[in-house]
Design a protein around this ligand. Sequence first.
Ligand code: BMA
Length: 367
Amino acid sequence: MMWNYRIIMMMMVVCMGSWSATARERQMTEETQKLYGFLQKIQEKGFLFGHQDATLYGVGWKGEKNRSDVKSVCGDYPAVFGWEIGHIELGNAESLDRIDFAEMRKHIQEAYARGGINTISWHLDNPLTGGDAWDVSESGVVKAILPGGEKHELYLQWLQRLARFLASLETPEGIKIPILFRPFHEHTGAWFWWGKGLCTPKEYKRLWKFTVDYLEKSGLNHLLYTYSPANTSDVKAYLECYPGDQYVDILGFDCYQQGGEAGTETFRKALDTELSFLSELAKEKNKPLVVSETGLESLPVADWWTEVLYKTIAPYPVSYVLVWRNAHDLEGHYYAPWPGQVSSADFVKFYRELKTLFLKEIDEHNY
Ligand code: BMA
């Protein structure tokens, strides 16, 4: 009798464990759950193409309605739209890239209305030094913003501003727009204050969990969380700061081609290696895999899209690939082609490839 009682108790504990394990998922809005399901499935068909700040500006223009460099080249919008909200934490009207947040909100709403998917990164300032996200002059910043740290109150204020902006991302009918939120990215590199050697893995995980818990306690249930280290060469390095399956919805990574054309082979190899171990991990964890940032600055390789990017990614189960922004005010700082750019003809071929999916190829609001 006593033994049976123990078994029943144990079973109850296990059941409660799995209840809390999926508790976060159940709090997702219907639209967010649908998007998650869509991201899980889409990789059977191909990978979505994404572009950072696609409709806000491009090479030689800013603030023109319905314009996008990607669309000017291939006739279609990207399916995934990336946005950057650094400086939302300061309560500023403009982002670190001098984009008015109200304007950005409109673009997010438009992207959703078109059937697109929105993802947001956050290059937040250094709360300890007052410098920017790249200020790595002091280690211990993460520790300082965790509970008990000297800048914890400030971080709470920053989170409140972040939460307010994220909560404001809704349709005119009041439906919350699902967002793939990607905080504290590229932490395996040492160029952001939350990066390698600047905090311990334990501190990083605590920061991630604290942030997610805060946003959830604020009632935000339209967010999916994307973990995106910089390029790593094995699963151990990838998971070193992984905050746990309950706190991550999407497995991502950022991997760029460096050094112009000469960097092609190194990039191809790095991307292939990472995709091969991450596709195993994604399967094991049953989570979508994305290339959260990639690109070759200035695109000097004419057939980069089909020969390098497509050929490397197509064999793997990837849900989306996003290339970084086409700056309007920084010469040569672009990652998608524009009309007349040397790789634009190849981009049209890439667009027509079987596995690349742009906006027209995903049904409106099919998630
Ligand atoms: C970087 C560059 C910067 C920009 C930052 C945040 O990779 O594009 O110019 O400020 O991203 O968007």
